[in-house]
Design a protein around this ligand. Structure first.
Ligand code: FAD
Length: 304
């Protein structure tokens, strides 16, 4: 059984690091859900948590607020996502400084989706940073210490081919990126082949797999289609006819994600990034299955 293989790993769980991604809540109900999620996941002592930046900077204020509250109320290391869509260099630099005033030195640097939506042609702002690589350079210039960037195991839909895609990753690394987190994927062979390509291109930063626990298969399948992530037939078959059966859906989702994560660990992954969707249950269950336990109550990670 896979878990038995895992327990035989030389480093056990001591060399495993997880990180959790949240989005800034836009109403009271979502706000409550976020903080309940943080309270549940924080005791697992993640390597870091991150807060997304809405399309076109639409969540600038809420991202700043959420980051500020995480820093104030928890002991978590917090990374702020930042995009350069529809913003001049001056505007982006101002946001960087606003984060820095809060004490943020960790960033997830992204170009962002086209202002017109996924599938439209991306047009950089006339005076703006053109892509993720230029934004990385700006963050490094402002003294960011950890700069995470995106990576696409199935290539970004806008990239002509893998060579172009990996060239962009290389430019990000040359400008100061210290880690990449991948777009979510469901086929670990695809991830493994991608990491091999990246290493062959002389890129040696960690390429951390991004794990998307499937809270709603129909939504995930639609979203995957838009961002170029392949949904294997076997995955669709597992969720078949579960639209109106949330309990079974959740059990299947937990089994599917656990299987993927344990296989990644067996293949050598030591870092895992969870797209939590501001829900603790699946991410927490998967972490539990791979052996993570809350830290002692004597060392709280969330202020009471
Ligand atoms: P880049 O890495 O700059 O570019 C993506 C690809 O497009 C490149 O590989 C390159 O080949 C091609 N490309 C870029 N510019 C050009 C050009 N001028 N000419 C030709 N080809 C080009 N979105 C948000 O809005 N907010 C978030 O908080 C957010 N967080 C994310 C976190 C992660 C880990 C990931 C993987 C994605 C996230 N996204 C987020 C989504 C992301 O913004 C989109 O995938 C977007 O379309 C690309 O942004 P990027 O930084 O990956 O782009």
């Amino acid at each position: 059984m896979a878990a038995a293989h895992f327990s035989r790993r030389p480093g056990g769980i001591d060399d495993l690091r997880v990180s959790f991604e949240f989005f800034p809540p836009k109403n009271n109900e979502l706000e409550e859900r976020l903080w309940a999620t943080v309270k549940k996941l924080a005791p697992l002592a993640p390597d870091f948590v991150s807060v997304t930046y809405g399309a076109g900077g639409s969540t600038r204020r809420r991202t700043l607020q959420t980051v500020e509250q995480l820093i104030g109320d928890t002991r978590l290391k917090v990374a702020a996502h930042l995009t350069c869509v529809d913003a001049s260099r001056d505007e982006v630099d101002t946001v960087i400084r606003e984060f820095m005033v809060l004490g943020v030195k960790r960033f997830v640097a992204l170009r962002g989706d086209p202002a017109g939506g996924v599938g439209e042609v991306y047009r950089p702002h006339r005076d703006g940073y053109a892509n993720g690589a230029e934004l990385v350079g700006a963050l490094a210039g402002h003294g960011a210490t950890e700069i995470t960037v995106s990576a696409y195991p199935e290539k970004h839909p806008e990239s002509a081919d893998f060579a172009t895609d990996i060239e962009m990753l290389k430019r990000k690394v040359d400008n100061g990126a210290t880690r990449a987190v991948t777009q979510f994927f469901f086929d670990n062979d695809i991830y493994e082949r991608y990491v091999e390509r990246v290493r062959r291109a002389g890129i040696y930063i960690p390429i951390v797999p991004g794990i998307l626990p499937v809270h709603n298969f129909v939504q995930v399948a639609n979203f995957a289609g838009r961002c170029g992530a392949h949904v294997p037939d076997w995955l669709a078959a597992r969720f078949e006819a579960l639209e109106n059966d949330p309990q079974t859906h959740a059990l299947v989702a937990s089994a599917v994600a656990a299987e993927q994560v344990i296989d990644l660990i067996e293949r050598g992954s030591t870092d895992l990034h969870f797209y939590t969707m501001n829900r603790a249950d699946l991410s927490y269950a998967i972490c539990h299955l791979i052996g993570m336990r809350p830290k002692s109550r004597a060392e709280p990670d969330v202020a009471a």
